[in-house]
Structures are given as structure tokens and as C-alpha cells.
Design a protein around this ligand. Sequence first.
Ligand SMILES: [Zn+2]
Ligand SMILES: [Zn+2]
Length: 306
Amino acid sequence: MGPVVTSRISQIRRISCVLTILRTGDDDVAIKVLYCGICHSDLHTIKNEWKDTIYPCVPGHEIAGAVTEVGASVTRFKAGDRVGVGCMVNSCQSCDRCAGGFENLCPGIVWTYNSVDLDGTVTYGGYSSNVVVHERFVVRFPDAMPLDQGAPLLCAGITVYSPMRRHGLDAPGKHVGVAGLGGLGHVAVKLARAFGARVTVVSSSPAKRREALDRLGADAFVLSSDAYEMKVIYSSIFSDQTQARGSFIGSYICDGVGVVHAGCGGHHGRHHQHGVREHSTDPAVGIAEAQRQDGAGRHAREAPLI
Ligand SMILES: [Zn+2]
Ligand SMILES: [Zn+2]
């Protein structure tokens, strides 16, 4: 029997339509949105679970589409180009962080949706028909990459790709632990495998075992409720091999699992937590938020689609 699909259309009580006149400024790129990935942040935002939603809200920050018009000063793009936009669309562009390529840490960052732009307008995301974005925050799709398949790389992909690159996990011989096999986690597994790393998935759900091992090609799967196995994998990633191999760097890529992984980083390993739960009281949330932004920044502009 195939999957059962239940229509929830009857539960939609109100549909808001946001009409905005988009003006293409000198540095802007106008884009017809052809695909947009769904990020869990979209769901948190539309339900106001982070208590900062500006209604009406149009989410979506894994945008893939085609350029329809460019401003007079735009040099990197032309009409017809296949492009993408991630989780930010503007920043102050004058502070030290912006100058260093860390616009994601700029105090004046403007998120792709649910944010107030420099001109005072509220931003609307990729579930729109069209978006207009400063060219600094537009990336080019490689010719061989389908727009629909590449769109999730613009948030989920870059969020796990960036720390892997920055912390030296993009080479064979590493051992990467991925805690949580959700939107970020499954991309982390695929990237780590592509880098040639050994990958261990840690999950609270036994149902994820087959997906991790058979579909995504992980090397090992550990149930987080199995205290013994957790101890073994902790030792494997963060202690024994680190000392034995010298250059070994272990890493847990935590997929917004919202739990405290005490000591997860060990003495030699690294612990990256991405994503923020809706009602988390986890003291690590502040760190998670910073790292989420960290992961979504620099390489998003530079080279996420290589
Ligand atoms: Zn996202
Ligand atoms: Zn700035």
C-alpha cells in the first residue's frame, strides 16, 4: 500500500495575499522564483514559535530561480541567469564583519523574510512569485545543477557545509558524527560522505536506521538511548582515534535536536549545533543560534554550489 496523503485544506482558515511593488535598484537583481525549499524555520516562523513573526508573513529562504532584470550597477548577473538566494538578502555592507565576508554576523543583517530591510520595508521570502535582492546576496547555480535539487543547499546545505570546510572535515580520513537525521542532518551525511569521511548517525528514532545506512550511505548508526553504544561512539570519535591519528578531527553536526550533548566536543573534537527548537530551554540555544548564523554565512555568498 502506498503512502496515505490526507488533505488538510479544510484546516486552512485564512489565506493572506501579500502584494508588494518591487523596485529594482541599481545594485539589485530581480528574480523569478521557480523553486523554493522548505526549511523548518519557515514552520517555526509562520506559527510564531520564536515570538517575532511579522504578519502577514511569506517564508522561504532556499530560493532558486531565473534573473529577469538587473540594476544599472550590477556586473555579475544578467537576465536569464540561473541563481539562488539563501537566508539573507542585505546587511550594512560597511562594518568589519561585512568587510571580512561575515555578513551573517553583521548587526544590520536583513533576513530573507520576516525582517525589516534598510529602507524600512518588511522582507518576504521565496514562496513569493518574484524577489528583488542586492547582487551581493545572490549566488549562481552551476549549469549542471538542477534548480529544484540545488535549492535545499541554500540553507540546509550551507549550514552544515560551512563548518565542515572551516574545521577541516572536508578531507578523507575524518570521522563525522551526525546527531539528528532531519533536514540538516541528511545533507550533512551526504556531504561528509562526498568528502570521504566515515559517518556515524546518532538518532533517537530506530526508524531512521535504514534511511541512514541504506539510503544515505552512513557507515554506522547509533540509537541515542543506547548508553553503551553512545559511550563507544563518543570514544571512537573524540578520544582514541584523535590521539592515535594526530591530525584527526572529530565532529558532531547536531541537527537542531534541542538537547544538551554534554562534553560532546571532548578535548579534540568539535561540536556544531545548528537550528533552534521552538520551545527549547536549552542553555546552548544562544550558541546554537550563533553557530547557525555562522554556518549560513560566509560560504553562502562565496561558493556553496561548487
Ligand atoms: Zn533555513
Ligand atoms: Zn555589516
